[in-house]
Design a protein around this ligand. Structure first.
Ligand code: MG
Length: 270
């Protein structure tokens, strides 16, 4: 249960964040800016949400993004915000942070070396077996075993990869059906927030979210990260969270965004 004090404490934190030289304001979509509905295709932004996002996006040195588990195309359709941020100043980030408008930053030397290593280890696993192969992506390598005729061979190759290159430090493994993806850069809402923090040199990142996947976003906020002492993580609704702040409802998210826009814009808070 959120108390009035929660909202007041949250406002105080937002007032501090509003003074950041550059500010990133990020919001999850479903359950944060948009009420849950039985047909997910009919989700829409809550009343006042778009106006609040637009008001923030119109401010100087202020970057606004939606970070959703949905893919960017769907997120654009249901939020009625274009996929190209140039039109609105609002950036859409899809698939839990893995789908950005721009190409991802080049790999660091360490990441590139690690990718080379895990790629060759996956190739060594796949190569002797007809039907197994490695798919190459910019920051990951994917072992495919679906075309192996015997299920036990599929399992064995996946196990070799899971017990081998997948356990290397800095490798993020995602298991799928007869596939294993090993990435050297984590795709998560947290990683997306850090990308925007680095890209803009933001002094503060404010992030609203309601669900388990948002916890990875909250986890990268806080005073123990570079330049993030003004960060504000805000959990929407009940449930355990690592976020420092909480609001009760989507309506309170909209009110908080309006408040932030008003304070940062220098006008009297609503
Ligand atoms: Mg959500």
């Amino acid at each position: 249960m959120t108390s009035e004090t929660d909202l007041l404490t949250t406002r105080a934190a937002l007032d501090r964040a509003a003074r950041a030289a550059h500010l990133v304001v990020a919001c999850d979509f479903d359950g944060t800016l948009s009420p849950f509905v039985s047909d997910p295709e009919t989700s829409r932004l809550a009343p006042g949400a778009r106006e609040a996002l637009d008001a923030l996006a119109a401010l100087p040195a202020t970057t606004v993004l939606l970070v959703s588990g949905r893919d960017r195309t769907t997120l654009s359709r249901i939020s009625e915000i274009p996929t190209e941020s140039a039109a609105t100043g609002i950036h859409l980030v899809g698939q839990h942070g893995s789908e950005l408008e721009s190409k991802p930053a080049a790999l660091t030397e360490v990441e590139a070396a690690l990718l080379t290593e895990i790629t060759s280890r996956l190739e060594a696993i796949a190569l002797p077996h007809e039907g197994a192969f490695v798919e190459y992506k910019p920051s990951s390598a994917v072992l495919h075993v679906r075309s192996l005729p015997r299920a036990e061979d599929q399992e064995r190759l996946l196990s070799l990869a899971l017990e081998g290159p997948a356990v290397r430090d800095g490798v993020f493994a995602t298991e799928g059906k007869a596939v294993l993806e090993l990435a050297v850069r984590e795709a998560s809402k947290g990683a997306a927030l850090q990308t925007f923090r680095e890209r803009t040199g933001a002094e503060s990142v404010v992030f609203f979210g309601d669900d388990v996947t948002d916890e990875k976003g909250f986890a990268v906020l806080g005073s123990d990260h570079d330049g993030s002492a003004l960060d504000v993580g805000i959990k929407v609704g009940d449930g355990p969270t690592v976020a420092g702040y909480r609001v009760a409802s989507i309506d309170e998210v909209v009110v908080s965004l309006r408040h932030l826009a008003a304070v940062r814009g220098g006008s009297k808070p609503a």
